[in-house]
Design a binder for this molecule. Structure first.
Ligand SMILES: [Mg+2]
Length: 234
């Protein structure tokens, strides 16, 4: 059995920094428009959705989407100073030190004693590499894969490279859309560990509740037990 771990919001905090940047973005735009009338939040989300295909995931793409949305909403009246502020929001995320989630160090160490581990994360290559370099947990992973999208095709390609079938693979992660649904769809297992907040675009999934090969735990502390229960019940 091979166990895969997601990184952002599974090993370490990530989405809370993005949401803080979004809140600051709205505060900055509040100087130009009535935030409620301008539907700033919806405008940003649809810009991000459109731009994912061009920029991929991560803070750099978010920064460009902040700028694009701000220019559109302000009718290109956005000041140079506020352009700088938006650039700085993105840079602050990229420079933020890695903060591990409570209990994850012990959970990964415990699971690593019984199974080989791989890390599978999507997002900006440069940023993900920087975070992995800072993270002492990396030594537990036999392979680290940074991918542009986590869909069934990507997992299928990775499993072929690892030389394991889907029924020999279990993925641990915070996103039903990116970590759990595609793996379950291929015939693998999933342990879902919800993060405190979920990005709207990650909340979209079609996994049925109560899937027999999927377990949900409240925090990292529950991961080793959930893996053991899922694998012994089959
Ligand atoms: Mg994640």
């Amino acid at each position: 059995m091979l166990i895969g771990f997601d990184a952002d919001d599974t090993l370490w905090h990530s989405e809370i920094y993005f949401q803080a940047a979004h809140a600051e973005f709205e505060r900055i735009l509040g100087a130009y428009v009535d935030l409620h009338d301008a539907r700033v939040h919806d405008a940003l989300l649809s810009t991000e959705r459109r731009n994912i295909r061009l920029f991929g995931y991560g803070a750099k793409g978010m920064t460009l989407s902040l700028l694009e949305t701000a220019l559109a909403i302000t009718g290109h009246a956005l000041s140079g100073l506020d352009v700088q502020r938006l650039l700085d929001l993105g840079k602050a995320i990229l420079a933020h030190p890695v903060e591990l989630l409570p209990g994850i160090e012990q959970a990964v160490t415990e699971v690593a004693a019984d199974y080989p581990l791989v890390l599978i994360t999507k997002g900006d290559l440069f940023h993900q590499e920087a975070k992995i370099r800072q993270c002492a947990l990396r030594e537990h992973f036999s392979r680290i894969e940074i991918v542009s999208e986590k869909d069934p095709e990507t997992y299928q390609r990775l499993l072929a490279e690892f030389g394991v079938g889907a029924e020999q693979f279990l993925m641990v992660g915070n996103s039903l859309k990116s970590d759990i649904e595609p793996v379950a769809r291929l015939g693998g297992y999933g342990v879902h560990v919800p993060y405190v907040v979920t990005w709207a675009l990650e909340a979209e999934h079609a996994l049925e509740a109560g899937h027999p090969r999927v377990a949900t735990v409240k925090s990292a502390h529950g991961i080793p037990g959930a893996i053991a229960r899922l694998l012994e019940s089959t």
